[in-house]
Ligand binder design. Structure first.
Ligand code: C2E
Ligand code: CA
Ligand code: CA
Ligand code: CA
Length: 277
């Protein structure tokens, strides 16, 4: 009946292309995804350059669709943003990350997890109090949780962003600016905003060390971060040559397929209980 309905719909509205139909279907299915256990978090390590130790894990959302298989976040997160579904979705992410944190930390390891927050979620008025409740419920200290925000999320409304960031910092959370360098904003916010770290976008890392312009940009970001006392994480490190360049330029943390892709939590269990960081 479902397939027939879809054919019928397309017959009557030929202007609606395949793409739009898929979006409508996805929206309806995304509403059910949370309750039917189709969402999953994968975790990718952030590695300390000097010691090779684990600085933390980044939680990345996966949707295991019953018929279509795994749908990439870039496909459903913008949709979730537009429809408002991002709010329940993000709270599921925070709750799930804290459940895993509690489990991992029980073994004595000082694990930290970073979650990605979209602009809309960041501006939800209840965000700080809801994060506080989730931390308490799972008995996880705020210092074990980090949030990653894009420049766009904070620059929409800088005055309000500062207030939210201060409330999150008061809970002990760390804050990173994601995809750093790709935004349109002035650098002045780095001074005004209570942030801890910037993540150099993968697009600047990809062509290292050969690309002289990217090398100059990365060095400039590292200088700026040092002067402002911010940690730096380079994203998308895939080769030993990229790592060497970043290490020599003084980048503190790295992340990328060279070390590990994002993995299901179960694959990290054994490793975390053994690791001595
Ligand atoms: P992001 O936060 O910039 O995450 C990094 C993306 O790069 C991830 O893609 C990761 O799997 C991928 N990646 C990591 N290392 C490498 C590498 O060495 N090479 C390459 N080519 N890629 C690498 P993913 O998991 O598909 O996520 C895409 C984006 O979706 C994320 O970009 C983030 O903006 C968004 N996202 C993912 N999970 C969530 C979530 O829970 N909430 C929100 N709001 N957004 C999320
Ligand atoms: Ca991120
Ligand atoms: Ca990023
Ligand atoms: Ca990105």
């Amino acid at each position: 009946a479902k397939a027939g309905g879809r054919r019928c719909f397309r017959f009557f509205d030929r202007s609606m292309n395949e793409h739009a139909v898929r979006r409508l279907e996805l929206e309806a299915q995304l509403r059910q995804a949370i309750d039917s256990n189709q969402l999953e978090l994968h975790y990718q390590p952030k590695v300390l350059v000097e010691t090779g130790g684990l600085a933390g894990l980044e939680a990345l959302l996966r949707w295991n669709h019953p018929e279509q298989g795994r749908i990439p976040p870039m496909e459903f997160i913008p949709l979730a943003e537009e429809t408002g579904l991002i709010i329940p979705l993000s709270y599921w992410v925070i709750e799930e990350a804290c459940r895993k944190l509690a489990k991992w930390r029980k073994g004595g390891a000082d694990v930290k997890v970073a979650i990605n927050l979209s602009a809309r979620q960041f501006h939800d008025e209840k965000l700080p109090q809801r994060i506080e409740a989730i931390l308490q419920r799972n008995k996880v200290p705020g210092s074990a949780l980090e949030i990653e925000l894009t420049e766009g999320a904070v620059m929409d409304d800088p005055g309000r962003a500062i207030v939210i960031l201060q409330r999150l910092r008061a809970l002990g959370l760390r804050v990173s600016v994601d995809d750093f360098g790709t935004g349109y904003s002035s650098l002045a916010y780095l001074k005004r905003f209570p942030i801890n770290a910037v993540k150099i976008d993968r697009s600047f890392v990809m062509d290292l060390p050969g690309d002289a312009e990217d090398a100059a940009i990365v060095r400039a970001i590292l200088d700026l971060a040092r002067a402002l006392n911010l940690d730096v994480v380079a994203e998308g490190v895939e080769t030993a040559e990229q790592l060497d360049f970043l290490a020599q330029a003084g980048c503190g943390q790295v992340q990328g397929y060279y070390f590990s892709p994002p993995r299901p939590a179960a694959e990290l269990d054994a490793w975390i209980s053994k690791a001595s960081w």
